[in-house]
Design a protein around this ligand. Structure first.
Ligand code: FEO
Length: 399
């Protein structure tokens, strides 16, 4: 692969992982991912910004050899998660004079997870600068995107923000830079939904911390580099805001068609009331798609049948994810069906107890839906439509 120059004396030395199917053995990666590492050659010192996943360390070493790197003075570790730090011990073997530059929290994690010895670290504080000669790195702590130790580096002379996971996307492409904005937007939204959404408030605070920097490039640790930082800055402004969209999501699972019939009826009733609706069949849905839809939707209605005495396991997983991802959902409902009894609603409600949304009256029916059940679903659709109208009015009043 030819030298991959980002700017003068700044090189891409990371690796693409085209085929990785899952991240954290949980998150589907339909477009693979990248582990971005960057090398900055200052007039006096050389810094490597992050490493790569341990599975790709040979590629990182090859990339360093290709650009003739014989010495590394600093390894900047923005984040201790192994997809960026896992190859640091190997780097230290090859470049034993290198110091690992990071904050105290990250150093503690690196010591625990990668057994890097104490004497290898140079600890920096928020806002501290480190000179490479003609290039100046300024460290900006951006905690909780998505671990407590995460930080960014701003390269002052070149106006490059190395943001690590923050602003990233799980998207492997041959182009180092964004060339298809809508594709990158979608990947970045999916990434935000799966990784950053539980830390929406922190992400918003960190966004404010970097918003006014003069930035030519945002170079994250996953996915393409942004030559137009506004693309991702504006997206994060929208996603981390308190504003929701006029949308209803219905994640559901059905065994014998009763819950599916309820979802079908509710979906039609909501469409008749001019609402945008997205049903998700949980037995087929990629959870990344569901997470992405949760970024904006005002209302979520979870549908489940009753298995023995409780909810279907697919509905349990969806409820667990909803609770975990903490979307800005305003209204939350549960619908479903049972055969002879059970505690499906109680158990789902317990799992969803961390959600801050207003709880809508549930519609739980016996067997296949009958005329009165359809009426109850119509009433639920009326309630949702009214709530959305009020929400839109509130937004209008604010603007
Ligand atoms: Fe890409 Fe949180 O590691």
């Amino acid at each position: 692969m030819p030298e991959q120059i980002i700017k003068s004396k700044i090189y891409y030395v990371g690796a693409r992982d085209w085929d990785r199917p899952l991240f954290d053995e949980l998150i589907p990666l339909p477009d693979g991912t990248t582990y971005n590492a960057y090398l900055i050659k200052g007039s006096q010192k050389i810094a490597l910004l992050d490493a790569v996943d341990p599975t790709k360390e040979a590629e990182l070493l090859d990339n360093l050899r290709r650009i003739g790197v014989e010495r590394i003075d600093y390894v900047i570790s923005h984040h201790a998660e192994q997809d960026h730090s896992g190859a640091i011990p190997t780097i230290l073997e090859h470049f034993p004079m290198a110091q690992v530059v990071t904050n105290q929290k990250c150093a503690n994690l690196l010591k625990e997870h990668l057994l890097i010895p104490d004497e290898k670290f140079k600890i920096i504080s928020d806002g501290e600068k480190l000179l490479l000669g003609d290039k100046t790195m300024r460290f900006i702590f951006t905690p909780w995107v998505h671990w407590p130790e995460t930080m960014s580096t701003y390269l002052e002379e070149d106006k490059v923000l190395f943001s690590c996971d923050f602003f990233g996307s799980h998207l492997a492409t041959s182009n180092l830079f964004v060339d298809d904005e809508s594709r990158v937007y979608r990947s970045a939204k999916r990434y935000y939904a799966e990784i950053m959404m539980p830390f929406r408030t922190n992400a918003r605070q960190n966004l404010e911390k970097v918003r006014n920097l003069p930035i030519d490039l945002i170079a994250p640790s996953h996915g393409p580099i942004y030559p137009k930082p506004d693309l991702i800055m504006n997206a994060y402004t929208d996603w981390t805001s308190d504003t929701v969209k006029d949308e209803v999501l219905i994640p559901y699972v059905s065994m014998h068609g009763s819950t599916a019939k309820m979802v079908e009826h509710l979906t039609s009733a909501l469409i008749e009331r001019d609402l945008k609706v997205q049903p998700f069949n949980l037995s087929r849905t990629d959870i990344g798609e569901l997470a992405m839809a949760l970024v904006d939707a005002a209302t979520v209605v979870l549908g489940s049948p009753t298995v023995i005495l409780g909810p279907h396991p697919a509905a349990v997983t969806a409820a667990y994810l909803l609770n975990l991802l903490r979307p800005k959902t305003k209204y939350l409902g549960v619908i479903g069906s049972y055969g002879w009894g059970g505690k499906m609603l109680d158990q789902l409600s317990a799992i969803l107890s961390g959600m801050k949304a207003e709880i809508l009256s549930p519609v739980i029916i016996k067997g296949y839906p009958k005329p009165d059940d359809f009426k109850a679903l119509d009433m639920l659709a009326d309630t949702i439509a009214e709530k959305h109208r009020n929400l839109k009015q509130l937004e209008r009043d604010k603007s």
